[in-house]
Design a protein around this ligand. Structure first.
Ligand SMILES: C[S@@+](CC[C@H](N)C(=O)[O-])C[C@H]1O[C@@H](n2cnc3c(N)ncnc32)[C@H](O)[C@@H]1O
Length: 329
């Protein structure tokens, strides 16, 4: 299964996807009462938001079924106002997911500088949406190095305080040699500087377990400023390509397969193609399916990649070996 759009209702069509076959899920479900996608059976127009949340819950159960144990799941959700009050749909959804066993890794703030102008005068305009990052188990594929950012200030290898007693180390994981090369104030004393610098540059030093200034760049953090860039032929909110691209780079293993169960114009497919990844989409509206197919046609190069379930994947051992064993929380 690759480059396939399953046409129909998401809960029906997802049944066709085998257990533990997907490496990464990226999607933006229709928000509650925000838009009419002009198709019977569409989600988001339920009279009660509890019904909407219940459907999302059923979908999350299915996503957990199709996701490999090492996979990652990213859900973009926005909120709605009702009788003057912000409902808190993303928060309710997020808590439900945690209560149902998902491991929540981040609530990413997707901030937009070019958000729609807002005419409201008694509150602030909404300029962000949430992207919830979930996993199934504690060990999962995540390649932070692929998305590290250049620090604004250049890193200085010795600009790190290391206390001089074993017990009271500023850096919990400082080695004896690191401690020895620093004075009581934690300033570097200049001894063995070349050796230390080389270790630091090669990222061999235990200092990196706590040092935010990593030689490969800094962690981008959980606030992403990505402006919307609507796909001109779609009359609904599409992902800016940069968003799934960022997620796929860190959250989908090379050669892996990404599922977007609300495929729309197929932006997730476009990002996947550009990164040499496989994709599957589900979409209810036939007009959007046509649009996505047209958009993705040019990427149909003849690579016959096969769709492996996690159980039959010969590379599974390698995959496990490549997992990033995240330290701490
Ligand atoms: C927010 S849009 C997704 C846009 C997409 N991220 C993109 O970049 O184009 C939500 C999509 O969900 C689809 N949809 C709504 N109800 C659905 C259902 N029950 N099953 C499958 N797709 C559905 C809509 O037709 C719409 O294309």
């Amino acid at each position: 299964m690759n480059r396939e759009i399953l046409v129909g209702d998401v809960l029906e069509k997802i049944k066709e996807i085998p257990d533990k076959s997907i490496d990464c899920v990226i999607t933006s479900p229709p928000y509650w009462t925000m838009r009419d996608y002009s198709v019977k059976g569409q989600w988001g127009l339920e009279s009660d938001y509890h019904q909407y949340l219940a459907k999302l819950g059923r979908l999350m159960d299915q996503l957990r079924r199709v996701l490999k144990d090492t996979g990652t799941c990213w859900i973009n959700l926005g909120d709605t106002y009702n009788d003057k009050s912000r409902i808190g749909i993303p928060e309710r959804f997020y808590i439900n997911c945690i209560d149902n066993g998902w491991i929540a890794r981040n609530n990413i703030v997707w901030a937009k500088n070019n958000a729609m102008p807002c005419s409201v005068k008694d509150r602030f305009g909404n300029k962000f949406e949430s992207i919830f990052f979930f996993v199934k188990q504690q060990k999962y594929y995540f390649n932070l190095d692929a998305v590290r950012e250049k620090p604004i200030t250049p890193t200085k290898a010795f600009n790190v305080r290391v206390r001089d007693t074993d017990k009271a180390r500023f850096l919990q994981n400082a080695t004896i040699s690191e401690v020895k090369t620093h004075n009581k104030k934690g300033e570097f004393m200049g001894k063995a500087s070349k050796e230390y610098l080389l270790k630091w540059q090669k990222n061999e030093d235990s200092i990196h377990k706590t040092n935010p200034y990593h030689p490969k760049g800094k962690n981008p953090g959980d606030t992403w400023l990505i402006n919307t860039t609507p796909y001109k032929e779609a009359h609904f909110a599409t992902f800016p390509e940069q968003l799934p691209t960022m997620i796929l780079k860190c959250g989908c293993m090379p050669g892996g397969i990404v599922l977007d169960p609300f495929f729309g114009s197929g932006t997730v497919g476009v990002s996947a193609e550009k990164l040499g990844l496989r994709w599957v989409g589900i979409e209810l509206n036939n007009d959007y399916v046509k649009l996505a197919k047209k958009r993705l046609e040019k990427y149909k190069i003849q690579t016959h990649l096969h769709f492996h379930s996690a159980n039959s994947d010969n590379n599974n051992k390698n995959l496990i070996n490549n997992l990033i064993n995240n330290e701490g929380n």
